[in-house]
Design a protein around this ligand. Structure first.
Ligand code: GSH
Length: 223
């Protein structure tokens, strides 16, 4: 199978969940990281270099044997199935994995509304408000959904759900979102445990070493 994974050269969860799944499953793929100029072309024309068509003019996009597939959650499942990091044999488990991927999408959509604000002060105020209200409420719900006896979100092994939540939480606690404090996870030991388990997974460490800038801030979930 010929696979091309298209995204920007940043470790944002939308891409990382699929890229890492393929890497962990030893599935060969072309990790195509585009420039900001190419991203503008995609947004404008839904095409990359007149070669790849990009549905909905959005990334990530996975090109499978020449056929372009869009949407983060679908791509995550596709890669998770190939890598055996998505529980296809049990519908309840796959439903639970899906709920975490969709949770990550909901939080991203919530934050991206504030990302559109141009004025830096207004943006910070909007994120502070988000942090005090909706975001904290949602993260508390995530914490409540986790069984404290478990090492992973679903079942006894790492799945694409853990990878998605690890990178989402890494982003939220990275100090890169003005108005959202980097200690956002300190009150949530179960979320932190999942993030640490992913961060310490040997294949995750190998991927980080291979692809992340040196000393990249993967998030504040250590304490
Ligand atoms: N519903 C899409 C949204 C993806 C999305 O918003 N991607 C961003 C990059 S992280 C993008 O392509 N934005 C450009 C745009 O929406 O015009 C998904 O789940 O993949």
């Amino acid at each position: 199978m010929d696979l091309v994974f298209i995204y920007l050269d940043i470790p944002f969860w939308r891409a990382e969940v699929g890229r890492i799944a393929l890497f962990m499953g030893n599935v060969s793929f072309k990790d195509l990281r585009i420039t900001r100029e190419e991203f503008l072309e995609i947004k404008e024309n839904g095409k990359l270099n007149a070669k790849y068509s990009i549905p909905f003019h959005q990334l990530p996009c996975l090109v499978v044997n020449g056929k372009s597939i869009a949407q983060t959650a679908g791509i995550a499942r596709f890669c998770g199935k190939l890598a055996k990091l998505y529980p296809v044999e049990d519908n309840v488990s796959s439903g639970l994995v899906d709920q975490y991927i969709d949770f990550a999408t909901d939080i991203t959509v919530l934050i991206s509304q504030s990302s559109k604000i141009i004025d830096a002060g207004e943006k910070r105020l909007s994120r502070e408000k988000l942090y005090k209200n909706e975001l904290t409420k949602r993260i508390l719900m995530l914490e409540k959904s986790i069984n404290k006896e478990n090492n992973w979100l679903v079942g006894f092994n790492i799945t694409i759900a853990d990878i998605a939540i690890w990178r989402l939480m890494g982003w939220l606690s990275s100090n890169n979102l003005d108005g959202i404090p980097d200690d956002i996870l300190f009150k949530y030991p179960k979320i932190r445990k999942i993030c640490l388990n992913v961060d310490n997974h040997p294949q995750i460490k190998a991927w980080v070493k291979k692809t992340y800038p040196k000393d990249y801030n993967r998030g504040n979930f250590i304490k």
